[in-house]
Design a protein around this ligand. Structure first.
Ligand code: NCD
Ligand code: ZN
Length: 345
């Protein structure tokens, strides 16, 4: 197969930032994706429906009028989020979900939730109103090794939330471990997971062998090839609708990554669907890409599939070693490497 047609995909986990940075990157997602859930971890964070509405407007304004890309906004949950905030979100058409960042877990999570009990009334309202909870699934306990933080989160926190809110729709974002894959498969409730292209195509050896490679650093951090990366590849290509596309594409300028204290985040919006095609093709499962990229996500969110189609062709191209980012430079995932699939329309 040298050419495939797919329903246009959606990105269920995307960081666009704001201002000039957003303007530098939004077109890349808009060229590939029909819709994207836009992460609210700005400084300051998007905590209210009104802020989400304004942020959505800012994104739409920076797109050409011919673009049909639709940003789906998410609220940033804090210790002070109330059921009233959720009620406002429900009546705001731009808002589709709310995001749990455990405080201190990742980039711009300082205003996140310090104790899950603090958002129980918000979760109650979300369950009642059918608002999906999106989860950055890592504990922040300094005693817990950074490579174990997702597994411990599932055991100590997620499992409790799943049991206390049996009807709440939950997406465990950017899963990285076999533990997460197994938990999602076994869970009978409304639990799904997004998987990034970098967790499918890379493991911690890529980051740490032969010199430390800051452009492979993200959170949750890349794990082992065996069993974790292998379990993710198997889950994504299995056809199980609980697993769907979410790039976690996160723009950071080069200086902030190549630093004594480099920040977390990998940029993949320049070639998101091509990167996933690479991973699926590597598993001999290119025919399963459409379900993962274009069908299971909207089905979980209760939204229609996109009407448009895209075409991918097997014709190798080299990923540029940088893109411009608001007067600075950004190093994309796979920079300087060849990808076998190309988006042609
Ligand atoms: C994300 C970012 O840069 O905003 N970074 C990352 O490593 N994934 C935040 C997040 O999703 O954790
Ligand atoms: Zn993210």
């Amino acid at each position: 197969m040298n050419r495939i047609n797919l329903i246009k995909p959606d990105d269920w986990h995307l960081h666009l930032r704001s201002g000039q940075i957003m303007k530098s990157v939004v077109g890349m997602s808009a060229a590939q994706m029909g819709r994207a859930i836009i992460m609210p971890n700005l400084t300051p964070p998007i905590k209210s429906a009104r802020q989400a509405q304004a942020y959505c407007k800012e994104i739409l304004k920076s797109l050409p009028t011919t673009s049909s890309f639709k940003p789906l906004m998410a609220l940033y949950l804090t210790d002070n989020t109330t059921s009233k905030d959720i009620a406002e979100a429900v009546t705001t058409p731009e808002v589709y979900a709310a995001k749990l960042y455990p405080a201190g877990s990742t980039t711009n999570s300082d205003n996140g939730v310090t104790n899950i009990a603090n958002i129980y009334s918000a979760l109650e309202a979300m369950q009642k109103e059918g608002v999906p909870l999106l989860v950055h699934g890592e504990v922040t306990d300094p005693e817990v090794d950074v490579f174990d933080r997702e597994s411990v989160f599932i055991e100590k926190i997620l499992d409790r939330v799943v049991k206390d809110f049996p009807d709440l729709k939950i997406v465990l974002e950017h899963i990285t471990t076999k533990d997460a894959v197994d938990y999602v498969i076994d869970c009978k409730n409304n639990l799904a997971a997004t998987i990034t292209p970098h967790h499918l195509l890379a493991n911690r050896n890529h980051m740490l062998v032969g010199g430390i490679k800051p452009h492979y650093y993200c959170l949750p951090v890349l794990k082992r090839q065996n069993p974790d990366q292998k379990a993710l590849l198997k889950a994504a290509t299995s056809g199980n609708p609980k697993f769907f596309l979410g790039t976690d594409s996160a723009p950071h300028d080069r200086e902030k990554k190549e630093s004594a204290c480099g920040c977390a985040g990998i940029f993949s919006a320049h070639a998101a669907i091509e990167l996933y095609a690479e991973a699926f093709d590597g598993e001999g499962a290119i025919e399963r890409l459409e379900g993962f990229a274009s069908i299971f996500g909207p089905d979980f969110y209760g939204l229609p599939h996109n009407q448009e189609k895209i075409t991918l062709e097997k014709s190798p191209w080299r990923v540029p070693d940088h893109y411009e980012l608001a007067g600075s430079k950004l190093t994309p995932f796979f920079a300087g490497f060849e990808l076998s699939w190309r988006l042609i329309s």
